[in-house]
Write a protein that binds this ligand. Structure first.
Ligand SMILES: [Fe+2]
Length: 173
């Protein structure tokens, strides 16, 4: 990938602000993971997605956005069960709500229909860590999720370990 001297991260930062605003209304108790964890993981997964996008020649902005919202069902409901599939209940409605919000005032800040479609394709797959998807964006998301959880001190399970080692090898570690 040819790097320019500045990365355009405006949309992802607006989306983070959109979810920080929503988090004010999330139930802070009765959650499988704290709001603090969800917020930390969403932001750092987005950064790892950018690194993988550069390495793999993918669109870094939509990669970052996928990283930000991949656990959208857990963030919104507080529950992790079946959260990858349940993301479909949230992706389109919330991306449209973001598009109509003050956080996305001009067209350049909005998420397009094609991007929503891509997010709806790859996010429901992200829990299938031991399966390989034909979609490179789906693979990047699984890889970024595994790496980010690992770097936050979460123990990698059997299905995550091969993926973790493969990505670190790809990155030259
Ligand atoms: Fe995750």
């Amino acid at each position: 990938m040819k790097l320019t001297n500045k990365f355009d991260t405006r949309r992802s930062h607006r989306l983070i602000q959109f979810f920080l605003d929503r988090a004010k209304n999330w139930n802070a108790n009765d959650r499988d993971f704290s709001i603090y964890w969800s917020m930390s993981h969403m932001i750092t997964t987005a950064q790892i997605m950018r690194l993988l996008a550069i390495k793999r020649n993918l669109d870094a902005d939509i990669c970052a956005i996928a990283g930000l919202i991949h656990d959208i069902a857990t963030m919104e409901s507080g529950k992790t069960n079946n959260h990858a599939a349940r993301a479909l209940d949230y992706i389109a409605p919330l991306m449209k709500a973001y598009n109509e919000s003050n956080f996305a005032k001009n067209d350049a800040l909005k998420i397009t229909d094609a991007e929503i479609k891509l997010l709806e394709e790859i996010i429901p797959q992200h829990s299938n860590k031991n399966e390989t998807s034909a979609n490179p964006y789906a693979e990047a998301l699984k890889d970024a999720d595994v790496i980010d959880r690992y770097l936050h001190g979460v123990e990698a399970n059997e299905s995550e370990m091969p993926r973790l080692l493969a990505v670190f090898a790809e990155l030259g570690y």
